[in-house]
Ligand binder design. Structure first.
Ligand code: SDX
Length: 428
């Protein structure tokens, strides 16, 4: 017995099927609506529209739940291993020891970038935005790995994914070093995924960066918490581009561009700049809330609010605790953490934020932890992209291997002028 809803319009009525997700989440299937009624639905921000059925990530925004392939994200925090979560998201289950070792080896084999990419960097201005560099260089992987422009079999997808996931660290580190006027540090095949990224970011010739367990764990945790988030803006962008059968490099480069936006992944930079302005006396916490509530002021309380979470973003809760733990381990403090805590406290007591169910999101504390690790602010969104890449790839693959998937091509409601005539220029 299929659930249905009845649509009545004028003297007509039709039954539309209701889909139910694993957790009982209902969706009205309107895929035949236009064919049966001549009508389309209208949902400009897609807030009420599902573009796919997916088995990868589950979010319950009302209860603040986030699960990767059914596993609550809280269960990855004890011994965070980003590469293990990469495998889980892309292949649908946790890897056994052999699978994890084999995949880690594949990432190590692919950690270097083609030397041509190193020369591309010489043409990039030293003050170029790192997200512009990341998008451009990820696209240019298609120059050097043309055998993966049309991947159809599982092995090719694995090989293309491994190249992207491994090389994105090298590209990001090279972009950071270029902006700092420092020499590129090549990846070290003896190091694990996150340790290798830290090595490329912070070692200098003849002085290897000393990787501590708490910093390596913190980076694994950060990447895990950013790894996937169902149909967010950048992931839907990857799906949209990939639906045209565009290659994985092009699709993920498009995802980088979407993530760059300050309403999305770029928010982690905005949060830190907002906290620094408060620290430096240019703004008070109370000013922030006042500006954020002022409809005539474009200011937003960055790091707050979310399209889906109407409760705490579980990632923000985990990151806040991680900040406190890492600072204790480092025997350090950061005034920005105290400011962030105060801002959160003020906002959660303010009717404007309470009525709109605006809570801290993943970006509110992530930057403070990235700072504690030593990542420069202009690299925060790049780090978000490194974390999100496996999610983009998993979602791209899920769509790519689905025989029922079609090119994504939304419709519109036309609101322009009625039919008119062309007027020759000498008559205008
Ligand atoms: C990410 O989708 C994802 O899953 C994204 C992400 C992921 O992992 O991929 O979780 C990552 O992008 C997190 C969000 C990072 N962005 C920010 O922190 C930017 C600040 N937040 C807002 O811009 C906003 O909350 C969004 C963009 C996150 C959500 O936008 P929506 O769903 O379109 O919400 P909205 O703009 O319609 O807001 C509803 C109301 C409005 O007020 P009213 O018109 O009802 O009076 O809430 C207000 C908004 O003005 N509001 C805010 C606010 N967020 C919402 N007011 C002040 N400051 C804010 N941060």
């Amino acid at each position: 017995m299929v659930d249905t809803v009845t649509l009545i319009y004028g003297d007509k009525q039709i039954e539309l099927p209701v889909l139910r997700g694993t957790e009982g989440d209902p969706a009205i299937d309107v895929s035949q609506l236009r064919a049966r009624t001549g009508m389309i639905t209208y949902d400009p921000s897609l807030a009420n529209t599902g573009i796919c059925q997916s088995q990868i990530t589950f979010i319950d925004g009302e209860r603040g739940i986030l699960r990767y392939r059914g596993i609550p994200i809280e269960q990855f925090t004890a011994k965070p291993n980003f590469v293990e979560v990469v495998w889980l998201l892309i292949f649908g289950r946790l890897p056994n020891k052999e699978e994890l070792a084999e995949f880690s080896e594949l990432l190590t084999e692919n950690e270097l970038v083609h030397e041509g990419i190193k020369y591309q960097f010489q043409r990039i201005p030293v003050d170029a935005p790192p997200m512009a560099i990341l998008s451009a260089i990820v696209t240019s992987l298609a120059f050097y790995h043309q055998q993966f422009l049309a991947v159809e079999d599982r092995e090719s997808i694995v090989q293309a994914a491994a190249r992207l996931i491994s090389k994105v660290r090298t590209i990001a580190a090279f972009a950071c070093r270029r902006s700092q006027g420092l020499p590129f540090i090549y990846p070290d095949p003896k190091l694990r995924y996150c340790a290798n990224f830290l090595h490329m970011m912070f070692s200098i010739p003849y002085r290897q960066y000393e990787i501590t367990p708490e910093v390596e764990d913190a980076l694994n945790l950060l990447f895990i918490l950013h790894a996937d988030h169902e149909q967010n803006c950048s992931t839907s962008t990857v799906r949209l581009v990939g639906s045209a059968r565009a290659n994985l490099f092009a699709s993920c480069a498009a995802g980088v561009c979407a993530l760059w936006g300050p309403l999305h992944g770029g928010a982690n930079v905005e949060v830190i700049q907002m906290l620094e302005r408060i620290r430096d006396g240019g703004l008070s916490a109370e000013d922030c809330l006042r500006h954020a509530k002022d409809k005539d002021n474009p200011f937003r309380l960055y790091g707050f609010g979310h399209r889906v979470y109407r409760n705490f973003d579980p990632r923000a809760t985990i990151l806040k605790a991680a900040c406190e733990r890492v600072f204790a381990q480092m025997n350090r403090n950061d005034p920005l953490l105290d400011i962030a805590r105060k801002l959160e406290e003020l906002a959660l007591a303010d009717p404007y934020f309470v009525e709109r169910q605006l809570y801290p999101n993943v970006d509110f504390y992530s930057g403070i932890l990235l700072r504690a690790i030593g990542i420069p602010t202009n690299m925060f969104t790049v780090c978000f992209a490194i974390g999100r890449l496996p999610g983009w790839i998993a979602q791209w693959k899920e769509q790519h291997i689905d025989p029922t998937s079609r090119i994504l091509r939304p419709r519109q409601v036309y609101a322009g002028p009625p039919e008119s005539r062309y007027v020759p220029i000498d008559q205008r």
